[in-house]
Design a protein around this ligand. Structure first.
Ligand code: HXC
Ligand code: NAP
Length: 268
């Protein structure tokens, strides 16, 4: 237990892409602290599985099947969630797609697909949530990625999409702040046991290099990302708006530019 029990009692959370990995970790944590939680994704079995897992942990949970790329489907789910729970207080937009592919081999549809899920999908989630948000006090958390600000090989589609997510975060924080709707983003670093990591770190060698480039010399956990989400959607963050916060052990500081071994050699 990290926060005060019942921190989110009475709140309702909608977690887009909340049926696996980091987003499911966030959904579980929100539920653990008292929120009623709805999860949303494409795969009906996953939705059912996540809903069951949440319920087994004592969470009042609901699941909706749909695709963030299709406005009608997310709009329908958001409306159903608001009806189920009497409104929505917390929205997490974390649905995403990724694969490694250098730009010269990436098809136009491959690029469009990732931008559609991550960026257009995030707009769809936020836009469809807007009429149902209880305000003041509503909190939106977008899940960004380090690719938004750092260049990674074979990640042009993700970089373009997540850079857009960062600007959506800032723009809507600015437009909706006066209504009492806060919009922030979390930038997870490399998180253990996730689909995202599995897709990017294809071998033990790559994982090791990644590990050494991190100032804390370890990967993060979904729970650590969830702890930041808990803070951001709680009243403790009532004046935090438009912030894009890394949860990455300091990876963004630039492990690749770490000259500590040269320094050690010079000192000998
Ligand atoms: C090149 C690829 C590809 C690959 C798909 N495409 N996979 N191109 N390399 N490995 C191309 C296809 O050829 C097609 O283009 C287009 O993308 C759409 O492919 P579909 O399979 O029809 O798409 P869809 O069924 O909508 O699936 C979306 C997906 C899929 C993104 C391709 O992988 C998915 O559903 N992913 C969700 C889970 C996920 O990715 N999780 C990781 C998130 S991690 P053509 O031209 O052939 O029609 C993350 C950041 C992690 O986001 C950061 C870690 C630090
Ligand atoms: P994940 O387990 O693959 O989670 C992605 C989720 O999004 C799944 O629940 C998936 O379920 C859903 N989804 C995908 N496309 C969708 C669509 N079109 N419509 C609705 N739902 C969709 O990935 P993860 O690695 O935990 O990543 C979660 C988030 O963290 C992503 O936003 C990612 O960019 C970000 N991130 C991850 C890392 C990392 O280390 N893993 C690092 C930085 C940022 P369905 O398949 O059922 O649709």
């Amino acid at each position: 237990m990290t926060f005060v029990p019942g921190l989110l009692k009475g709140r309702v959370a909608f977690v887009a892409g909340g049926t696996s990995g980091i987003n499911l970790g966030i959904a579980s944590a929100l539920g653990e602290y008292g929120a009623r939680v709805a999860v949303f994704s494409r795969n009906a079995e996953r939705v059912e599985g996540a809903q069951r897992l949440l319920a087994a942990g004592g969470v009042d949970a609901m699941g909706y099947v749909g695709d963030v790329r299709e406005y009608a489907s997310i709009e329908r789910a958001m409306g159903a969630c608001a009806e189920w729970a009497g409104g929505i207080d917390i929205v997490v937009s974390g649905a995403a797609g990724n694969f490694l592919c250098p730009a010269n081999e990436l098809s136009a549809n491959g690029f469009r697909t990732v931008v559609d899920i991550d960026l257009n999908g995030t707009f769809n989630v936020l836009r469809s949530a807007y009429p149902h948000l209880r305000r003041p006090g509503a909190s939106i958390i977008n899940i960004s990625a380090p690719q938004a600000t750092e260049v990674y090989f074979a990640q042009v589609h993700v970089s373009a999409a997540k850079a857009g997510v960062d600007m959506l975060t800032r723009s809507l924080a600015s437009e909706w702040g006066h209504e009492g709707i806060r919009v922030n983003a979390i930038v997870p670093g490399p998180i253990l046991d996730t689909e995202g990591m599995a897709r990017l770190a294809a071998s033990e060698e790559i994982r090791e290099a990644w590990l050494q480039a991190n100032p804390m010399r370890r990967f993060g956990t979904a729970r650590e990302v969830a702890n930041l989400a808990l803070f951001l959607c709680s009243d403790a963050a009532s004046y935090v708006n438009g912030a894009i916060i890394h949860c990455d052990g300091g990876q963004v500081l630039g492990g690749g530019r770490d000259f500590s071994s040269s320094w050690a050699a010079l000192k000998k």
